[in-house]
Design a protein around this ligand. Sequence first.
Ligand code: NAD
Ligand code: UDX
Length: 457
Amino acid sequence: MRNILGIGAGYVGGPTMAVIADQCPEHKVTVVDINHAKIDAWNSDQLPIFEPGLDDLIQRVRGRNLFFTTDVEQAIREADIIFVSVNTPTKTYGEGAGLAADLQFWEKTARQIREFSSESKIVVEKSTVPVRTAVAMERILNDKDSDLHFDVLSCPEFLAEGTAIRDLEEPDRVLIGGRHETESGRAAMQTLHDIFAHWVPPERILHSNVWSAELSKLASNAFLAQRVSSINAISAICEKTQADISEVSRAIGLDQRIGSRFLNASVGFGGSCFKKDLLNLVYLCRFYGLEEAAEYWMWVVKFNEYQMNRFVDRILRKMFNTINGKRIVLFGFAFKANTGDTRESPAIHVTHRLLEERAEVVITDPRAIPNARKDLQGCNATFCEDPYEAVQGAHAIAVMTEWDLYRQLDYQRIYDAMEKPAFVFDGRNILDHQGLFEMGFHVFPIGKQALSHFSNR
Ligand code: NAD
Ligand code: UDX
């Protein structure tokens, strides 16, 4: 039996450690966080995050071999292996502000591990960090005046929110980066390998050097984000040419070299990772004097901003160039479906721009209203759980999140409750556009021809 510790009980740390506990019942898994309210929530029936399947999983393992605590000192003292999943946000101050990763939480954690350890341990980077962060960690942890030895491994987390439990239980791959060149490095990699081998087929557990593992995480998110920006760039030209983005996505996705997933045009990508990790990659490229590589990745971010702005510009233009005093209802505020997370959600940017135009913005979402309230503190937006209530007297609906719920609503009832002309701007292409048009709506999808009663006259 081993004592496994997870430091950081957020979107990654909580679900990851819960799955390890579930799959490795012989090990004791502890999760610590400095945020007492979060730990209280993990120990209650109201978990701090929403993820499909998470409630059942926690019920199964909490108190059996999974424990949540704020006692960092004792947890570190007891641990053999420590997974670090603390936040690494974009730096907001000093050198690299607005681009580089802020590693203060990571470094504080490393110092705590050194301070409270009385035995050698394996330390695993789960957080997304700049390539070569492990060197700094090794230097902080392996104090020359101490007999203790810490092996630092990189094991980046590839889960996506909304599907976190499935992604953890059936990962495409687990990547373990370590120091092959030392005996203790090889042993540490094997120990981590053995944990994942409880449920992950061996051919999906990859070994690499530490730097490749660290960089693979940034590269993976950069590729995924680039894919969304690429399809969104094609959506813009579709709107000008009567090509249809769904038909184009299908046609290109059937090329096995391209593949069909992650080709949904949208109002833009959000989430806590894509922008942050792209900016970090840009910073690293500049740091190493690779200006062209930096510019290449910067364009993925810039294009995403353009796509979000394009969405709002279209609302404004189609609604006769003024939305002052018009009630616009956002269907969804989460950055994607099946999560309550709103970090970097396109809905935040869209709301600010609509408010600048003095629209009356009403927000509805099945899970994200508590976070939306925090994001929009001091802004003049209103929140409404019930979409039918939200649309009373509305001039337009803007679909921001692809929740299934929005496909299933009674749109005739919604149409009847709205001001006319009634507009729908479908930022996720999830609605039945022809059906809505036939009811009388003016419909503006992404990357498809608008269905407007005006243009048909
Ligand atoms: P989060 O903000 O939800 O959670 C981080 C937690 O770490 C917080 O609860 C914070 O209180 C805690 N923490 C900070 N310093 C601490 C310390 N010294 N001791 C104990 N706890 C401490 O962040 P997250 O979304 O879980 O992301 C964590 C890391 O994982 C980031 O590097 C992120 O880039 C990466 N990542 C995130 C996702 C995702 O989908 N959210 C996916 C893959 C990787
Ligand atoms: C991402 C990575 O997918 C995951 O591997 C990594 O560990 C963390 O970052 P996440 O941000 O949770 O995960 O969600 P993801 O499904 O990647 O979506 C990110 C954003 O892109 C969302 O706003 C989503 O709506 C958008 N998106 C995704 C599109 O607009 N179109 C698509 O086809 C796919």
